[in-house]
Ligand binder design. Structure first.
Ligand code: SF4
Length: 118
């Protein structure tokens, strides 16, 4: 554990849902494949008391029975992935930053550089 930041349960967020910019970098959000995926082989919501559901102020996650699902993937704030290192089971997976850069390059070829418009 040495050198590794310890994240605390007090970081949970119980406020209203926050809406993410839907044109990050001036590009259409729904064409950017940036959102978490859950490794259900590792995920254990009972052990963490559904930490990611309460942590994410964009309300990307939702309880579904005794599981957690990625309910609103395109409300994930590009390029945030702050939930991932806080998952106590290491079950939250994001694309790599290199993959995100590749996607943005391709979208810029298609759409050009537009001013950010949330
Ligand atoms: S993904 Fe991680 S934080 Fe979310 S419920 Fe599963 S174990 Fe808990």
């Amino acid at each position: 554990m040495e050198g590794k930041k310890k994240y605390l349960a007090e970081e949970r967020y119980y406020g209203e849902k926050v809406t993410a910019p839907q044109q990050p970098y001036g590009l259409p959000r729904k064409e950017i494949e940036w959102y978490p995926r859950i490794d259900y082989g590792k995920c254990d919501p009972r052990a963490c008391e559904y930490f990611c559901v309460d942590y994410c102020h964009m309300k990307v996650y939702k309880k579904a029975g005794d599981r957690v699902v990625v309910d609103d993937p395109y409300n994930c704030n590009v390029p945030s992935q702050s939930c991932s290192p806080r998952c106590p089971k290491g079950a939250i997976i994001f694309p790599s930053k290199d993959d995100l850069k590749r996607q943005l390059r391709e979208l810029r070829k298609r759409y050009g550089y537009a001013p950010s418009n949330t």
